[in-house]
Design a protein around this ligand. Structure first.
Ligand SMILES: [Zn+2]
Length: 209
């Protein structure tokens, strides 16, 4: 019952994760943030694997982050009391689904990037740590994930309050009647349609990962 109720209120975390990671593949194929494409590399060095793992980890985290304002979401359950407090103060799909939220998310992403560099350095992964600090892999990944989350929520009937604390909600298409209800079949079609398209593009080498 509780699960069903949640599904109706917000887009599923799993959908956000899949959209974020798939879009992350597209972004990476354009700017090669995580290093050389695996399909082109003659040998796959450990450094490259660490970079790819860190990049996709950052994108996935960013794709879930805006729902920190919902205590029932995947990320909300991890951050229990913090997330309850945010939900209590601002409400779900408010602060963290706005431009202000993206600014806060960027600050958090900068902090986490420093943390990842430190942790990698400590474990003897000096080279990946160095590469992350020059490419800002973690920062870009988290921010990109957050943006994809907000864009995906903008496709739903509820829209997103981009200019929060102003309450007006924005969405695409602008008329809410063309947008879909969260947890309904169009969400499924959009998520899987997008993944299949990207998979086809990878297969056709239009996108290289
Ligand atoms: Zn959301």
């Amino acid at each position: 019952m509780a699960g069903k109720l949640c599904v109706e209120v917000f887009m599923e975390g799993r959908s956000h994760l899949l959209i974020g990671l798939t879009a992350g593949v597209v972004l990476d194929s354009m700017i090669h943030l995580s290093g050389d494409p695996l399909t082109m590399a003659k040998a796959v060095p450990l450094v490259l694997i660490v970079r790819k793992a860190v990049y996709y980890g950052a994108v996935g985290f960013g794709a879930l982050l805006p729902d920190i304002d919902n205590a029932h979401s995947i990320i909300g359950r991890k951050f229990g009391p913090i997330s309850k407090e945010i939900q209590h103060l601002a409400g779900h799909r408010t602060l963290f689904h706005s431009i202000l939220g993206l600014v806060l998310g960027s600050l958090l992403a900068m902090g986490l990037e420093r943390l990842v560099i430190y942790l990698l350095g400590q474990r003897g992964f000096e080279l990946p740590a160095e590469l992350i600090s020059t490419s800002h892999l973690v920062f870009v990944g988290i921010l990109f994930g957050c943006i994809m989350h907000i864009l995906a929520d903008a496709l739903t009937i509820g829209g997103v309050p981009l200019l929060w604390p102003i309450r007006k909600r924005y969405g695409f298409p602008p008329s809410a009647k063309w947008r879909f209800r969260t947890g309904s079949w169009p969400e499924f079609v959009i998520v899987w349609g997008f993944m299949i398209l990207v998979a086809l593009a990878i297969w056709q080498s239009i996108i290289i990962i």
